[in-house]
Design a binder for this molecule. Structure first.
Ligand code: TYM
Length: 331
């Protein structure tokens, strides 16, 4: 039987955090044998907020190096940059013709980003979910491993696929999100009510995949918790501690009850230090490997070239089908 298809992407919009890592990249690595995996740098999406061009380019190389250091294997998976496959923009146009402005205006991320970037509410920001739908639908994707914040975008992707199929006959596979049970929403270390985000203004709120061991330990030491002295998982009343237990569990391989047991009777100071050390121990070899790969631009570019070739082949086939279905002349 043919393997099912997996597609996912991260935006090179900042240095990825441990939230991006456990919510997505880490899970992608384990899927490479069982599925046909396609992983992209969502660089076109990144342009929906203002970027400094030279920094965007550098961060794209960094994100690719991180993919590889984390264990994505270009011999098993298709790894490429979205902007190297013109079909992503082409399919966005076609899907735009079956998308209603109202459904885009209602997207939580659009509302959130347009209030944070009020000086730059552009058409791209509104159309962001349609480009994302194009990314996914181009490859006949069955599963999309993402964090919880992308759930709404997956819903609109499914709606657009179904709407197109109903209008023009069966064309797109209707994809399903794969959202991890633990780690789907890592919270900010400074405000555990808020998601950890690579674009947070306060660098103490997140652990980036570039942070040194000292930075990591310092940031965990400062993490906001509560005034009790009890290390118990309770997402209602103890958001900060629950977030730290979740992070510890993800980075140690222990379950949350096992972690609770290990820290029974331990003070918050000691607990935060242990979480910091555990995260730093896991990240240190990944960061070192990422930096090693990053120094080899020729290799990185060869990975992108190879990935673009494979992705263009697949995407072009789908575009021919789509253009035919909608009634465009094929030469
Ligand atoms: P982005 O770059 O914001 O985030 C990349 C991935 O990280 C997940 N994530 C988190 N997971 C757990 N805890 C957090 N605090 C956290 N923050 C982020 C996100 O859910 C995501 O899986 N639009 C996408 C990129 C994209 C895409 C796609 C994804 C473009 N095209 C097609 C899937 C399929 C985004 O902005 O992700």
């Amino acid at each position: 039987m043919d393997k099912k298809i997996v597609f996912s992407a991260v935006q090179p919009s900042g240095i990825p955090t441990i939230g991006n890592y456990v919510g997505s990249i880490k899970n992608w690595v384990n899927m490479q044998d069982e599925y046909n995996c396609i992983y992209s740098l969502a660089d076109l999406h990144t342009l929906t907020v203002k970027q400094i061009p030279a920094e965007l380019r550098q961060r794209s190389y960094e994100l690719l190096a991180l993919y590889l250091a984390a264990g994505l294997d270009p011999n098993k998976s298709v790894i490429f940059a979205q902007s190297h496959v013109p079909a992503h923009a082409e399919l966005t146009w076609i899907l735009n013709t079956v998308t209603y402005p109202g459904e885009l205006q209602r997207m939580t991320q659009f509302k959130d980003k347009s209030s944070r970037h009020a000086e730059n509410v552009n058409m791209g920001l509104l159309d962001y979910p349609v480009l994302m739908a194009a990314d996914i639908l181009l490859y006949g994707t069955d599963f999309v491993p993402v964090g919880a914040d992308q759930k709404q975008h997956l819903e609109i992707t499914r709606d657009l696929a179904i709407r197109f199929n109903n209008r023009y006959s069966q064309t797109f596979t209707v994809p399903e999100p794969l959202i991890p049970k633990v780690g789907a929403k890592v919270m900010s270390l400074q405000d555990p009510e808020k998601k950890m985000s690579k674009s947070d203004e306060n660098p103490n709120a997140y652990i980036s995949m570039n942070d040194s061991t000292d930075d990591i330990i310092r940031k965990f030491k400062r993490a906001v918790t509560d005034s009790e002295a009890c290390i118990k998982f309770d997402e209602e009343n103890k958001k900060g501690i629950s977030n730290l237990l979740t992070i510890y569990s993800l980075f140690s391989g222990m379950t949350i009850p096992e972690a609770e047991k290990q820290f029974e009777g331990v003070g918050y100071g000691e607990f935060k230090l242990a979480v910091g050390e555990q995260v730093a121990n896991v990240l240190q070899p990944i960061t070192a490997e990422k930096n090693r790969i990053l120094s080899d631009k020729a290799y990185l570019e060869s990975v992108l070239k190879d990935g673009a070739e494979k992705a263009n082949y697949l995407a072009h086939k789908m575009m021919r089908k789509v253009y035919k279905k909608v009634g465009l002349i094929q030469l």
